[in-house]
Design a protein around this ligand. Structure first.
Ligand code: FEO
Ligand code: CA
Ligand code: CA
Ligand code: CA
Length: 602
């Protein structure tokens, strides 16, 4: 008999999967199938995917590359239709293009890659609840958003001189979104996504603010600056183009002609994503992490209040409000926080903290910086107010059942080794290879509070080999090994699900999806649900436990291989979708996978 899971998702944890295994591994009693793959046509007039005949035009009508954030928003009236929303973080040119063709066609390849970024919105349908979904080619809501789609800029920095370019002298319209990593679906049904490592697309000037955002004055690996002048800050009139990325974007997946928005009120940094909770007084709170070693956790509190059913109004909520950054304080003797991650004598890594205002009631709270400067150079503002330097904040997500906030800190091998920051109680491990997860409780469970309590839920790693692991006291011999927590999700019972990015390089196993029990005697119990194929990262997890379904975005399968020497043939495991000639073999395609009970499949 399988142990109890969230809702109808009973399962027995799978064993961790060695990192070279090129398979989706699911628990006994479950099966998996793809819903959509890189290159699948979204529109009736889009050509079928052919690895040998890819063009910018084709790609702009096909599902993009490297799906990361994922949601399936089910139409309430039927339960048998809905929209799948995924973003496409980046491209792996080494896997997408045969090397000789790529070398001879750099400009066309760059344009294909730009069209493979952004978002896909695609309708899905199923026979009945609990059966697998299939995507609808030509669905009315189908849409591609790419690196060239117009976005409206809103919030206090819209129209700022810091955002103006020769192509957009008003500073209010940006072409495209880049490096969209995690995300969240708002209570009003729109999708938020974070523009994360945007620096890699731009050649900077070497200024101090550039450096703080990881921009350098060297040619980029992608070479997009050779195709479009806006990708180099050296080109006159495009000095500010780099300031137009690094935002939270909001798209309306129900309206394919709507203009997507970049929200400057939430600040500019390497946003992993954003997730919204409605406070008791109706204001909405958006939490977001800045995924960089020694960077910060933020929250935004809207000025206006949520109105149930008023979608138009609710889509303005992220345009105006207060922005805060987190400062964590520990309550154990400092000497006991020695970098070993040994639990201090008070029994927990825990303490209190505060949300330090950066922008409040329309005014800057940061000495020497205007509101516009705080929002465009938010990292510099966080530095000035003494925010806590974290071990790479990835997903920061409130539990919809309890309101508690969970912060995935994926790893930081430079903790205590480069002079940037020593250990502290919230980041207690020197050279933190495997990461940890913090649980944060707002004062009085009020999402708008400026003070909070926190504790570490788990210190990740392989407990059979690593004494510094910690699972809230749950027996270490009964948990699945876990490393590099990245995306978070919850099931309908409030269990936490964690997907990983980097386990192959740390504990030697394929990246995975784990369920973590948060309450009762089994608090801290980690159970592995699935593993993704060789070279892939587990993204997007979506837990529809009432349907007995789990969905993951399998990102960058085979990333450790090349076009001609693939390490993965996921998901079709055939030589080629079109008998590739240029490269002779063809390997992986990033895809959205659904996992369902094998007794229900059709
Ligand atoms: Fe794109 Fe922070 O992971
Ligand atoms: Ca403590
Ligand atoms: Ca991520
Ligand atoms: Ca990551």
């Amino acid at each position: 008999v399988a142990p109890k899971g969230g809702g109808k998702l009973a399962f027995k944890a799978i064993a961790p999967v060695p990192r070279t295994v090129d398979a989706v591994t699911v628990p006994e009693g479950y099966d998996w199938a793809t819903i959509i793959r890189w290159g699948d046509p979204l529109f009736n007039n889009t050509a079928q995917f052919d690895i040998n005949a890819q063009t910018e035009k084709r790609q702009a009508g096909q599902f993009g590359y490297n799906n990361d954030y994922l949601n399936i928003i089910v139409d309430k009236y039927s339960g048998r239709s809905g929209v799948l929303v995924a973003n496409h973080e980046y491209t792996n040119e080494d896997l997408m293009f045969e090397p000789a063709w790529f070398a001879a066609n750099k400009a066309e390849a760059a344009k294909i890659a730009m069209a493979a970024h952004g978002f896909s919105v695609v309708e899905v349908k199923r026979v009945k609840s609990g059966t697998p979904w299939s995507y609808v080619r030509g669905g009315e809501r189908n849409r591609r958003i790419t690196a060239t789609t117009p976005f409206a800029v809103d919030g206090p920095a819209a129209g700022s001189d810091l955002l103006k370019t020769v192509a957009d002298p008003e500073g209010r319209t940006v072409l495209g979104t880049l490096n969209n990593c995690a995300g969240g679906t708002t209570p009003w049904g729109t999708v938020l996504s974070g523009e994360e490592n945007f620096n890699q697309y731009f050649r900077g000037t070497g200024s101090a603010s550039d450096a703080r955002y990881g921009l350098s004055d060297v040619a980029t690996e992608r070479g997009w600056e050779d195709v479009d002048p806006r990708f180099s800050a050296h080109n006159p009139g495009y000095e500010n183009e780099i300031n137009r990325f690094g935002w939270i974007v909001e798209i309306d997946p129900q309206n394919p002609t709507s203009t997507p928005v970049k929200h400057t009120a939430l600040g500019r940094f390497k946003h992993e994503g954003a997730n919204v909770r409605i406070a008791d007084d109706g204001r909405v709170v958006a939490y977001s992490g800045d995924d960089e070693r020694f960077d910060y956790v933020y929250k935004f509190v809207s000025k206006a209040k949520y109105r149930r059913g008023d979608r138009k109004h609710n889509m303005t909520l992220l345009s105006e409000g207060n922005l805060y950054v987190a400062k964590f304080s520990g309550n154990s003797p400092a000497a006991q926080i020695d970098g070993s991650a040994a639990v201090p004598t008070d029994g927990a890594f825990d303490g209190s903290g505060s949300w330090i205002p950066l922008v409040k009631d329309g005014a800057s709270m940061v000495p020497g910086m205007s509101v516009e400067e705080v929002l465009v150079y938010t990292r510099l503002a966080g530095d000035k107010v003494g925010a806590t330097k974290m071990d790479r904040p990835e997903d920061v997500e409130p539990n919809p059942v309890t309101g508690k906030l969970y912060i995935a800190l994926t790893n930081n091998t430079q903790r205590d080794t480069t002079g940037k920051a020593t250990v502290d109680e919230a980041n207690p491990r020197t050279k933190n290879r495997d990461g940890h997860v913090i649980e944060l409780t707002e004062r009085n469970n009020d999402a708008t509070a400026t003070e909070f309590a926190w504790n570490i839920l788990l210190v990740a790693g392989d407990p059979s080999k690593d004494e510094s692991t910690y699972f809230s006291g749950y027996p270490k011999d009964k948990v699945s090994p876990i490393s590099c927590p990245d995306n978070l999700a919850f099931d309908s019972k409030g269990n936490l699900w964690i997907s990983t990015d980097g386990q192959p390089g740390t504990i030697g196993y394929c990246d995975a999806l784990h369920k973590v029990t948060l309450t009762g005697a089994e608090r801290g119990r980690v159970e592995q649900f699935l593993a993704v194929p060789a070279g892939a990262e587990t993204c997007g997890p979506l837990i529809h436990d009432r349907d007995g379904s789990v969905f993951v975005a399998v990102q960058h399968p085979g990333e450790n291989g090349t076009f001609q020497d693939p390490t993965s043939f996921f998901p079709d495991y055939v030589l080629s979708p079109s008998k590739a000639k240029r490269g002779e073999v063809y390997g992986p395609r990033p895809s959205v996978v659904q996992v369902f009970s094998s007794t229900k499949g059709n």
